[in-house]
Write a protein that binds this ligand. Structure first.
Ligand code: XMP
Length: 323
C-alpha cells in the first residue's frame, strides 16, 4: 500500500544503510523538491548531512533570503551558502542556445558542490561521498531514464551531470510525482509556505531569458517576475495555478510609446499554467483584471520593457518553460 508514512520509513531505512557513517551534502534550490529531499535525508542521517545553497545569481527576488530564513528555521539543518554568481555569469557569457545553457549551469553546479565538499571535508574531517538530489519521476522520464519517453530536455539534475562526477547520488523522490512529494513534506513537518511552493526550475532565470544571460537582463527579469508574483498572490490565485514562468524575450524588440515618446523595448511573456504533474499542462484562464494590472505595472516599473504578452499554449505542444 502506498502511504506517505511507508515511503518515508522505506527511504529513511535505505538511506541509513547506504550512507553508514559517511557524510552527504544536499543542494537546496529553494524549491519543494530539494527541501523535501533534504528533510527526508536529515531524518535518516541527522547531522551527517550538510545542505549547500548555491546562489548562482539566477534566482528570483528574495529567494536566497527565503532559503536562509524559512528552511533553516523549519528544519534546523546545517546550511552553507556559496555565492557563485560571477562564476555562473562568466560561464554563460555569449551563450544563447537553451541546451547549452542547461549543460553549463548543470556542470558549474556540480563543480561548485565539489568545491563545497572540499571545504566541508577540511572543516569536518570524514569524507562527503553522497550527493542528495530532489529528482522526481517526471524528471527521470523526460530525460529518457524511465519507461518509453524519449529525451525531451536535459533537466539539469539528471542529464546535465559531468562525466567526472565524484559523488554517489541519493535520489529519494525518484519514484514520486509532485503532489506526492508535497504530502511527504507535510508528513515530515515542513511548513505550508515551503510544501505548497510552486515549482521553479533548477537552472532558474537562466532558461527564462531567450537570448544571452547577462546581469542586467537578470535584474530586469527579476523585477518583472516579482511584480507578477506579487499580483497573483494579492489576487489569491497561487493555489489555482501550477506555476507562472515570466520570460524575457531579450533578443526581440518592438516599438512602443511610453512617457514622452517612442521606445524600442523588450517583451515580457506571462506563462501561467494549470497542471497535475507538469507532464501535461493547460494555460490558465486568469482574470483579465489581474492580467491587466500585471501588464500595467511591469511596463510602468520595469525599464526597457514596453510590452507584456500572454502565452496561451497548452503542453503539449509547448513545454511549460520556454527553454
Ligand atoms: P517543462 O518546461 O519541461 O517543465 O514543461 C516541466 C516542469 O519542470 C520544471 N523544470 C525543471 N525543474 N530542473 C528542474 O528542477 C530543470 O532543469 C527543469 N526544467 C524545467 C518546470 O519549471 C516545470 O515545472
Amino acid at each position: 500500500d502506498w502511504t506517505t508514512g511507508n515511503v518515508i520509513d522505506e527511504q529513511v531505512a535505505a538511506i541509513r544503510e547506504l550512507v553508514g557513517d559517511k557524510r552527504a551534502i544536499c543542494g537546496l534550490s529553494g524549491g519543494v523538491d530539494s527541501a523535501v529531499a533534504a528533510a527526508l535525508v536529515q531524518k535518516a542521517i541527522g547531522s551527517q548531512l550538510t545542505c549547500v545553497y548555491v546562489d548562482h545569481g539566477l534566482m528570483r527576488k528574495g529567494e536566497t533570503e527565503q532559503v536562509e530564513k524559512d528552511f533553516v528555521a523549519a528544519t534546523g539543518v546545517q546550511l552553507k551558502v556559496v555565492d557563485a554568481e560571477k562564476r555562473f555569469l562568466d560561464a554563460l557569457k555569449g551563450v544563447s542556445d537553451p541546451e547549452e545553457k542547461r549543460k553549463i549551469i548543470g556542470r558549474e553546479f556540480i563543480r561548485v558542490f565539489e568545491q563545497a565538499q572540499a571545504e566541508i571535508i577540511a572543516d569536518e574531517g570524514p569524507a562527503v561521498e553522497f550527493l542528495v538530489q530532489g529528482t522526481l519521476y517526471p524528471d527521470v522520464v523526460e530525460s529518457g531514464g524511465g519507461t518509453g519517453t524519449a529525451n525531451i530536455k536535459s533537466h539539469h539534475n539528471v542529464g546535465g551531470l559531468p562525466e567526472d562526477l565524484e559523488f554517489q547520488l541519493i535520489e529519494p523522490l525518484r519514484k514520486l510525482f509532485k503532489d506526492e512529494v508535497r504530502m511527504v513534506g507535510q508528513e515530515l513537518g515542513l511548513p505550508e509556505e515551503i510544501v505548497q511552493r510552486q515549482p521553479f526550475p533548477g537552472p532558474g532565470l537562466g532558461i527564462r531569458i531567450v537570448g544571452e544571460v547577462t546581469k542586467e537582463r537578470l535584474d530586469l527579469l527579476r523585477e518583472a517576475d516579482a511584480i507578477a508574483r506579487e499580483e497573483l498572490t494579492a489576487a489569491g490565485l497561487d493555489r489555482d495555478i501550477w506555476q507562472c514562468p515570466v520570460v524575457l524575450l531579450a533578443d526581440v524588440r518592438s516599438v512602443g510609446v511610453q512617457g514622452d515618446g517612442r521606445t524600442y523595448g523588450h517583451p515580457i511573456v506571462l506563462r501561467p499554467v494549470s497542471s497535475e504533474d507538469a507532464m501535461t499542462a493547460d494555460w490558465s484562464r486568469l482574470p483579465y483584471e489581474v492580467l491587466g494590472k500585471i501588464s500595467t505595472r511591469i511596463t510602468n516599473e520595469v525599464r526597457d520593457v514596453n510590452r507584456v504578452v500572454l502565452d496561451v499554449t497548452s503542453k503539449p505542444p509547448g513545454t511549460i518553460e520556454w527553454e
